[in-house]
Write a protein that binds this ligand. Structure first.
Ligand SMILES: [Zn+2]
Length: 199
């Protein structure tokens, strides 16, 4: 990924490498978002299935003489209200839509990273239509960057993406000079680096 070019500096190849790294960082951000929304939706589905299943179980137990039905109705009512609120929240926050757009952004950024990487690797023997391919890819990357920005990337997510790219290529952070030892931002650090989240 993101081949390191050798020889005299050619800005086009440097830009390919930089855009490749940036696309990898952005793909990591949206992969992380997709994981988050998948988890939310799984919990919501579980809640939707667990409540009727447990009510059925308790009713059956009560019919068998357990005598727990009255107390359980209160608990089931409370859980039902919680479920309703979470369902409304998921609809208002559009979790399914955000999952879909995160998967799409992650996939598109991964594709752009691969194509910039492939182009950067042609440094020693660039194809005749290099400039056409380069400009076409830059235009696609620019359009994707605009679409990504509409999804409001937070400062914390920027740090996560930057860290993921540094970790993938085993590169030291330009600010704290540390090579991240994991993709995840550590929970506790003595001094947090504002660029990579600290080690
Ligand atoms: Zn750092």
């Amino acid at each position: 990924m993101c081949a390191t070019t050798t020889g005299p500096p050619d800005q086009r190849f440097i830009e390919c490498r930089n855009r490749c790294t940036y696309a990898i960082a952005t793909a990591a951000i949206f992969q992380n978002r997709a994981r988050k929304y998948t988890k939310y939706l799984q919990r919501l589905t579980f809640l939707g299935l667990a409540l009727p299943a447990s009510i059925g179980g308790v009713v059956a137990a009560d019919l068998a003489g357990g005598g727990t039905l009255k107390e359980f109705i209160w608990i089931a009512g409370f859980v039902g209200v919680v479920q309703l609120i979470v369902t409304l929240w998921s609809a208002v926050a559009d979790w399914p839509g955000k999952l879909e757009s995160s998967l799409s952004a992650s996939g598109e950024n991964s594709r752009l990273a691969d194509e910039f990487d492939a182009l950067a690797k042609t440094f020693n023997n660039p194809p005749l239509n290099f400039d056409i391919l380069f400009e076409k890819l830059k235009a696609q990357d620019g359009a994707q960057n605009i679409a990504d920005k509409r999804q409001l990337i937070t400062k914390e997510e920027e740090i996560y993406g930057h860290r993921a790219a540094l970790y993938q290529f085993r590169i030291a952070c330009a600010v704290c000079k540390n090579v991240p030892n994991s993709r995840e931002i550590p929970g506790t650090v003595t001094t947090r680096c504002e660029t990579c989240g600290g080690n």
